[in-house]
Design a protein around this ligand. Structure first.
Ligand SMILES: *[C@@H]1O[C@H](CO)[C@@H](O)[C@H](O)[C@H]1NC(C)=O
Ligand SMILES: *[C@@H]1O[C@H](CO)[C@@H](O)[C@H](O)[C@H]1NC(C)=O
Ligand SMILES: *[C@@H]1O[C@H](CO)[C@@H](O)[C@H](O)[C@H]1NC(C)=O
Ligand SMILES: *[C@@H]1O[C@H](CO)[C@@H](O)[C@H](O)[C@H]1NC(C)=O
Ligand SMILES: *[C@@H]1O[C@H](CO)[C@@H](O)[C@H](O)[C@H]1NC(C)=O
Length: 411
């Protein structure tokens, strides 16, 4: 007989105060700008009925979504750039704690092509993959709970389309440290997470994509991109986060969206949508429907270096709090939302007031605002909404982090 009963622990907003005097506050959230229901409604009214709508998350489902997008954009703006997605499909996935709660997608690189399960990171620019490994995370499927195949390692010498980027290349940041301008360009990237980095050499190779252009036919597109041959990783990248590399989706010239746009393949934009179950999809060149809410990115010291947004106020339920103005970075490469300490306290206190449940502390978890619950008795959760200029708003899809556990002392 199964005697395990589930208990849900709710932890609201994990706060980390900043360790250094960094100016902006790290913040990440789900970028949901289009639910399938909206597009589904469009499909039903036009040429499909509800029963012919493809099964959710099937390949056809994404194809239909994509062609609806393209249709809409055509109506909006006339001649179109195409949209591109990875050759294995636009699908993204989250493998939970096993992979640091980030979102991932499969990409194919090189000739012959090799597949990589890369983390999607809007907070950085470079695409890097484990390569000629000196110090890489484990790549064997047996090391992970959620993988059914081994992860791959890239080697420039095994790909006929690979070539080293030289130290004299415009995009070689560390070029001045090279002894010879013809040497392969080295790179080192340090990430927000303490002691977490990737380093190695920059190469150019082919990223295999599919065009979701005007016709329903899939056309394969080979795009030349710059790739970090990640020979040495450290910190989180040796320890379960991005073991098979990371795709930087930032504003920098070296990021995949920037390179695709510069090559004239897409508009300089991309979309990521994540569903309730943490599945999702990514499209390069997508600008989303005109009806979606939006807010402008903000410059930092006159430059647009990363996706900084300005929150004007936070609303908990119907209560919009004073003095909850802050700037934040939109970063799909962070698992949690981080807020400035005083704003966190204000929001959490109001949230706690509205939850109408008692805070319970749980050993081993770093959260202050935890509530014990069961399937019979769920706490009343208020909505959490961020307000932007001109009344644009973003509702946090699921503001609580649910931990399933067995009650302590239960055999
Ligand atoms: C809806 O589509 C299905 C499958 O294409 C078809 O069998 C059915 O007759 C359609 N129903 C209506 C009301 O058009
Ligand atoms: C990748 O390689 C496999 C095996 O050679 C081939 O079947 C597949 O079509 C290739 N994929 C792409 C996107 O080129
Ligand atoms: C980062 O590295 C430094 C120096 O090796 C060490 O003192 C520190 O504890 C490390 N931090 C973490 C979070 O591992
Ligand atoms: C809060 O909880 C108390 C005790 O469980 C209950 O009497 C009260 O109606 C609740 N208030 C709201 C607003 O749900
Ligand atoms: C925003 O909404 C509020 C309340 O609905 C309204 O009073 C205000 O005029 C709106 N502001 C703008 C810029 O639309």
């Amino acid at each position: 007989m199964n005697r395990i009963s589930l208990t849900i622990y709710l932890a609201v907003f994990w706060l980390l105060t900043e360790s250094s005097g960094a100016e902006t506050v790290m913040f990440s959230t789900k970028l949901i700008h289009r639910f399938s229901e909206e597009v589904k409604a469009l499909g039903v009214s036009k040429n499909r009925n509800a029963t012919s709508w493809p099964a959710k998350k099937s390949f056809e489902y994404y194809q239909v979504l994509l062609s609806s997008d393209v249709q809409k954009q055509k109506m909006k703006t006339g001649p179109q750039f195409q949209m591109l997605f990875p050759s294995q499909g636009s699908k993204t996935m989250s493998l939970g704690n096993d992979f640091g709660w980030l979102h991932y997608t499969w990409i194919d690189i090189g000739t012959p092509n090799v597949s990589f399960l890369v983390a999607l990171d809007a907070g950085s620019d470079l695409l890097w993959i484990p390569c000629d490994c000196v110090r890489c995370a484990p790549l064997s499927a047996s090391y992970y709970n959620s993988l059914d195949r081994n992860l791959n390692e890239y080697s420039p010498s095994a790909s006929s389309t690979s070539k080293h980027l030289s130290c004299s290349h415009r995009l070689c940041d560390l070029g001045t440290s090279c002894q010879n301008p013809k040497q392969p360009c080295p790179y080192t990237i340090d990430y927000y997470t303490e002691n977490t980095s990737s380093s190695g050499l920059l190469v150019e190779d082919i990223l295999h994509l599919i065009s979701g252009g005007d016709n329903a036919l899939k056309n394969s597109v080979q795009a030349s991109v710059i790739i970090g041959c990640g020979m040495k990783q450290s910190g989180g990248y040796l320890d379960g986060v991005a073991p098979d590399g990371l795709i930087g989706l930032g504003l920098g010239e070296i990021s995949v969206p920037s390179l695709l746009a510069k090559a004239g393949l897409i508009r300089n934009s991309f979309s990521m949508c994540f569903d309730e179950d943490d599945s999702g999809r990514i499209f390069f060149g997508d600008q989303g429907p005109a009806t979606q809410q939006s807010t402008s990115f903000l410059a930092s010291n006159g430059k647009y270096i990363t996706y900084i947004i300005g929150v004007e106020t936070c609303c908990i339920g119907s209560s919009c709090l004073k003095q909850t103005i802050f700037k934040a970075i939109v970063d799909s490469g962070s698992s949690f939302t981080f807020l400035p300490k005083d704003i966190y306290e204000t929001i959490a206190a109001e949230f706690d007031r509205q939850v109408n449940d008692t805070i319970t502390s749980f050993e081993g978890y770093p959260w202050k605002y935890c509530y014990k619950s069961s399937s019979q008795r769920l706490p009343k959760l208020p909505s959490v909404k961020l307000m932007f200029p001109q009344n644009n708003s973003f509702v946090a899809n699921n503001p609580v982090f649910v931990i399933y556990g067995t009650p302590v002392g239960f055999p």
